[in-house]
Design a protein around this ligand. Structure first.
Ligand code: NIG
Ligand code: FE
Length: 424
């Protein structure tokens, strides 16, 4: 497919954005809301933000964008996705409804390995085409940075294919993409009974080659009874460390494997899922500054009943992020706003916690806190204008898909509000 769209053809967002209501914390932790605010964008970068009454005179003659009283948040960050894959697994949804567990489906040859088969069969172009509508759904709701994992190729050539598609999506859509190499996601069928050999391949061939090609921003592992052991996870982390790559972990989703404490020892950016996280794991994450990434879409889809230890994470001051975990098996979620709602209703996050979870803390989970997750003066212009009366509506609606407008990487990428602009 030749996508006729290219981010470079989107209108620039330079000028003064006025009639804004800045959401609380948009300017950082603890920052107050600013009711009559303005943002100045120059060459795609935020150069000033604050109360409109204090707008420096030098900026007044610039082009004016009337935001019609919109509530403004930083661009959203989806910090855990498996967006690039072949095939679908709707059949497994039916199997689980009929009583099979996620583990049983996986052991019966379904699960991750069935997506691996479909992903290996797909060409790079086919994977790209399949990912485009998923990406567009997320972007239409204000996502300005997204993490995309490999992990459905499980060989050098096929992991490379996935990661190249992830990079291409970032370029075409003009969105910040962080890639995570998840070669240790599942044991490929060709290595059945030889997980040690496969981990060697991941550590000594795949990871160094893909890193050398600039395709790897971080390294992830699925540490679980149906994934890899703690000792195997450690080997992958050692290899990542030797290459200077940050790590993150699918940790304690189905059982307490002690993965979070191990990941914290390697200074992990994040531990994700963590339904079965122990007090020891929380203490280790707190010490290492590791973000807890909550994935209510997977919890909901798998009809899990074991809640992540939210109150203990809150008490310990571990930053909590919220993400879609978009993947064809456990979380076919394409709405980060719905995840905000679920984080509140299912996990009992407060609305401000859930909003920090898809902005500041999600950026931190990707090591992007210097440029994303809040409106940074000197940073790329990524912000969302929401046609709502109060920011709490972002958590309230179920499937509303508000007609927001999105400034992404300094361009007006989505204009749901049909904003008017004029040269001053
Ligand atoms: O984050 N837990 C492992 N990985 C994915 C699921 C992948 C799949 O089922 O295809 C997750 O939930
Ligand atoms: Fe995942």
């Amino acid at each position: 497919m030749t996508l006729s769209f290219s981010a470079s053809s989107l209108p620039g967002a330079d000028g003064v954005w006025r009639h804004l209501h800045l959401a609380p914390e948009a300017l950082g932790a603890g920052a107050d809301a600013v009711p009559h605010a303005a943002i100045v964008v120059d060459q795609g970068v935020v150069v000033w933000v604050g109360a409109h009454a204090e707008l420096p005179a030098v900026y007044r003659p610039r082009k004016q964008h009337d935001a019609k009283g919109a509530v403004v948040t930083p661009g959203l960050v989806d910090c855990h996705t498996h967006l690039v894959y072949g095939g679908l697994r709707a059949n497994e949804f039916a199997m689980r409804l009929a009583g099979a567990s996620y583990e049983e489906v996986a052991r019966a040859g379904g699960g991750i390995v069935s997506t691996v088969k479909a992903t290996r069969q797909a060409s790079e172009d086919e994977l790209f085409e399949a990912a485009v509508p998923r990406m567009m759904a997320l972007l239409s709701e204000g996502v300005c940075a997204i993490e995309i994992k490999s992990g459905y190729g499980l060989s050098l050539a096929h992991e490379r294919k996935q990661l190249r598609v992830a990079r291409r999506l970032g370029e075409i859509f003009g969105v910040t993409v962080r890639t995570s190499f998840l070669g240790a996601h599942a044991l490929p069928p060709d290595y059945a009974g030889r997980s040690g050999d496969y981990i060697d391949l991941v550590c000594h061939e795949m990871m160094p080659a893909l890193a050398a090609e600039g395709l790897v921003d971080a390294v992830d592992v699925f540490c679980e009874s149906i994934g890899f052991t703690l000792a195997e996870t450690q080997k992958v982390f050692e290899a990542a460390k030797a290459l200077g790559l940050p790590v993150k972990l699918h940790a304690e989703q189905l059982s307490d494997m002690g993965g979070a404490a191990l990941a914290a020892r390697y200074g992990a950016l994040s531990c994700d899922h963590i339904e079965h996280l122990s007090a020891q794991g929380i203490a280790a994450m707190r010490q290492s500054g590791t973000v807890a990434v909550l994935l209510p879409g997977a919890y909901f889809t798998l009809r899990d009943t074991h809640l992540p230890p939210i109150a203990a994470l809150r008490e310990a001051g571990v930053p909590m992020a919220v993400s879609t975990d978009h993947n064809p098996g456990s979380s076919p979620a394409l709405s980060l706003l719905l995840m905000i709602n679920m984080a509140c209703t299912l996990f009992r996050l407060t609305v401000p916690e859930a909003l920090a979870g898809v902005t500041r803390h999600a950026a931190q989970a990707l090591g992007l806190q210097a440029t994303h997750g809040q409106i940074h003066v000197g940073g790329p212009a990524n912000f969302v204008l929401w046609p709502v009366g109060d920011v709490s509506e972002l958590a309230y609606w179920l499937g509303q898909r508000p007609a927001c407008s999105v400034v992404r990487q300094g361009r007006l990428a989505v204009d749901g509000m049909a904003l008017s602009s004029q040269v001053a």
